[in-house]
Design a protein around this ligand. Structure first.
Ligand SMILES: Nc1ncnc2c1ncn2[C@@H]1O[C@H](COP(=O)(O)OP(=O)(O)OP(=O)(O)O)[C@@H](O)[C@H]1O
Length: 272
């Protein structure tokens, strides 16, 4: 792969369920270290798109077009190779961490399981050290003691940190974050966004950040793709999108986000 090649390159991706298209010929790309925001209202096809990138859509879905991740053709790759890429090249975090965590498994074992899925022969002491390091990196307090705790013993924000630790322990190059802060209150949301920004910097991580909330996206994305009814109607650098939205739907999204500064004559403080 040359440095100019995108990490993720999606062309003309169409997804249909029962013959009914829900994603229509979308194209997008993400460069190494870049964060692309994907915004759109509920049902616009954001999650279907993200599951297609992981090749985790149910067999009932018909998918056409192409998805290349670090040059790998995701839609035609044999399943064993795809399993290798999941976790090690691309990982995903979701809105509700509680449902993604196993409630009866200690969190240290859950984070360790992600590592073992790709490195099954990791010696026990090394596994423990890697889990503790991963917990430290995402800001979980007292990792040596807390790795024996269960998910219910953590707050919502801490549970999202556990999932982030799990998702990143194999150092994937792309993180798909599907509404990762939607279930959290505003203060905790800001902390998780801070953490993602820090991890992006430290690891040159690319992020596909999915949200219905343009105000949240503006705090993290370098570029934004706006999705409506399964189509990407506009893609622009975040600052440009806010200053000069081209599509009527983008303008509608901007207008319906009252907490956001939409005065186009001034740069957005949050985009610094
Ligand atoms: N497994 C499935 N079977 C049938 N239809 C599906 C399936 N998954 C998604 N859909 C349909 O695809 C469309 C897009 O859904 P999707 O979940 O991708 O939207 P979204 O933008 O992520 O919305 P939300 O923010 O509410 O999750 C919806 O009409 C949904 O009902």
């Amino acid at each position: 792969m040359t440095v100019t090649e995108p990490l993720l390159d999606v062309r003309d991706l169409t997804i249909a369920f029962g013959g009914k298209p829900v994603v229509h010929s979308i194209s997008l790309s993400i460069a190494p270290g870049e964060t692309l925001g994907l915004v759109g209202e509920s049902g616009s096809g954001k999650s279907a798109t993200s599951f297609a990138l992981m090749r985790l859509l149910p067999p009932s879905a018909t998918i056409t077009g192409s998805i290349r991740l670090e040059g790998h053709p995701i839609l035609t790759l044999p399943e064993p190779q795809m399993r290798t890429l999941r976790g090690s090249a691309v990982s995903m975090i979701f809105q509700e961490p509680m449902t993604a965590l196993n409630p009866v498994m200690r969190i240290g074992d859950q984070i360790g399981e992600s590592l073992l899925a790709h490195h099954p022969r990791t010696p026990r002491a090394e596994l423990r050290a890697r889990v503790i390091a991963a917990m430290q990196e995402v800001g979980l307090p007292n990792p040596e003691q807390r790795l024996r705790d269960y998910p219910y013993q953590f707050s919502g924000g801490q549970r999202q940190r556990i999932l982030i630790a799990s998702a990143l322990i194999n150092r994937p190059r792309l993180l798909i974050a599907d509404e990762p802060t939607t279930a959290l209150d505003v203060t905790v949301q800001a902390q998780i966004l801070d953490l993602l920004r820090k991890l992006r910097r430290t690891h040159n991580l690319s992020i596909l950040f999915i949200s219905h909330d343009l105000a949240v996206i503006s705090q993290i994305a370098d570029r934004v793709a706006v999705m409506q009814h399964g189509r990407i109607v506009e893609t622009a650098a975040t600052a440009d999108l806010f200053r000069d939205p081209q599509h009527p739907y983008t303008r509608k999204l901007l207008a319906s986000a009252p907490t956001m500064q939409t005065d186009r004559s001034k740069p957005l403080a949050t985009l610094a």
